[in-house]
Design a binder for this molecule. Structure first.
Ligand SMILES: N[C@@H](CCC(=O)N[C@@H](CS)C(=O)NCC(=O)O)C(=O)O
Length: 231
């Protein structure tokens, strides 16, 4: 039996971490039996992050992409029936979601003062109250420094919205009148893109970006379909 080490449920999602949601959805899609183990602190995990899966022999596999590979090596094809070109497009959508859109969601949660209180409570509520403020202040400062280094942290909310808009348009165009990105069944790309769009709309306090996605009939219905099909 596989154990999924994940951050807890949060903001109405499988996990407050969209990568953990993605991993749970991939496991569900694959039909592999698995159990869930919630964790607060991933520092001792192989890459210091979650999600991670644990195999019965004790092997730990970190990173949602490696989890996907493990399930594929075991025989499940997430992209069954897709052409080579569709598989290439799928890879690009996954990277767009995970290496760009995701960081807008991170900034919405960590960079937005109105959201920060809820995030602090949801992510770090397990810390003793006396220590929580001190630890989370440092974590927030470090994360915002990383976002500054990435460049996104230097943009105004308006500039960020303009930057993400073509990505949202690309998802909308790829969906067309289909239920999922590559047809009527979810594939690997939907586990990434759907989880990250849902994490954006699950913002504890609405932001311009969360409203943009939540009020978009195509994107919000797509996110709900992903959760219903893979959750
Ligand atoms: N590339 C990784 C990304 C995982 C990731 O960024 N996880 C975040 C939560 S969304 C995390 O563990 N953050 C804790 C930390 O960086 O200390 C994957 O696909 O699994």
């Amino acid at each position: 039996m596989i154990t999924l080490y994940t951050f807890a449920q949060g903001f109405g999602q499988f996990s407050y971490s969209p990568f953990c949601t993605k991993a749970g959805w991939l496991l569900n899609l694959s039909g592999t039996p698995w159990i869930r183990k919630d964790m607060n602190d991933p520092r001792k995990m192989p890459l210091g992050k979650l999600p991670v899966i644990g195999l019965t022999d004790g092997t730990l596999i970190p990173d949602s992409d490696n989890i996907r590979k493990h399930l594929e090596d075991a025989g499940f094809d997430f992209d069954a029936g897709l052409s080579i070109r569709d598989k290439a497009t799928s890879r690009a959508f996954i990277r767009m979601a995970e290496e760009h859109i995701y960081f807008h969601q991170v900034l919405d949660r960590w960079g937005d003062d109105a959201n920060w209180n809820a995030v602090q409570q949801e992510y770090f509520g397990f810390l003793p109250a006396l220590l929580r403020g001190f630890i989370t202040k440092k974590l927030r400062k470090d994360l915002m420094r990383t976002m500054h280094g990435l460049g996104l942290g230097r943009m105004s909310v308006k500039e960020r919205l303009e930057r993400i808009e073509p990505d949202l348009a690309a998802i909308t165009a790829q969906l067309g009148d289909r239920s999922f990105l590559f047809g009527d069944k979810p594939t690997a790309a939907d586990a990434s893109v759907g989880a990250i769009l849902n994490a954006i709309t699950a913002s504890p306090v609405p932001t311009p970006l969360s409203r943009r996605v939540a009020n978009d009939p195509v994107l919000s219905a797509y996110g709900a379909r992903c959760a219903a099909a893979m959750g």
